[in-house]
Ligand binder design. Structure first.
Ligand code: DQA
Length: 144
């Protein structure tokens, strides 16, 4: 099984960015933890980050037929991007939405996710563990 992890804007700054909200862990650290767990579960992962909405859209489009699930932290695009939502719907690849912080406990503009209705589910608020939970959910989605 191959799972595509996508990370949206500013997640390349994890570790330096608002550590009181996002912690001190870098995206590379998180990727390492995901790869460790993926090896235990015997699944393959591809892990990518982009600050560019169109690049994320392209990756979602190309996932069809290559990946059995997508785990996405769309970051701020979660709350703004109809393009990402349409790409997820069009690809038909089962997608899990994840967030480090609990978006529902933060500013009102973060309470709305435009991608949630086209995702299988949402994992939010568990810090870097959200990525591991996302990986496990992606594996379960395939068997569902
Ligand atoms: C985030 C939450 C978003 O609201 C925010 O724009 C991010 C990160 C999270 O992982 O908690 O950049 O997706």
């Amino acid at each position: 099984m191959k799972i595509l992890f996508l990370n949206g804007p500013n997640l390349n700054l994890l570790g330096q960015r608002e550590p009181e909200i996002y912690g001190n862990t870098t995206l590379a650290d998180i990727e390492g933890k995901v790869r460790e767990r993926a090896a235990e579960l015997k699944v393959e992962v591809d892990f990518r980050q982009s600050n560019v909405e169109g690049e994320l859209v392209g990756w979602i489009q190309q996932a069809k037929g290559k990946f059995e699930a997508i785990v996405i932290n769309a970051a701020a695009y979660t709350h703004t991007s109809i393009a990402l939502r349409d790409a997820i719907a069009a690809s038909g690849v089962p997608t899990i939405e994840i967030h480090l912080s609990n978006v529902h406990a933060r500013e009102k503009f973060r309470h709305k996710s435009l991608i949630a209705p086209v995702c299988r589910g949402q994992i939010t608020g568990f810090g870097q563990k959200s990525y591991i939970l996302g990986l496990e959910a992606a594996i379960d989605v395939k068997d569902a």
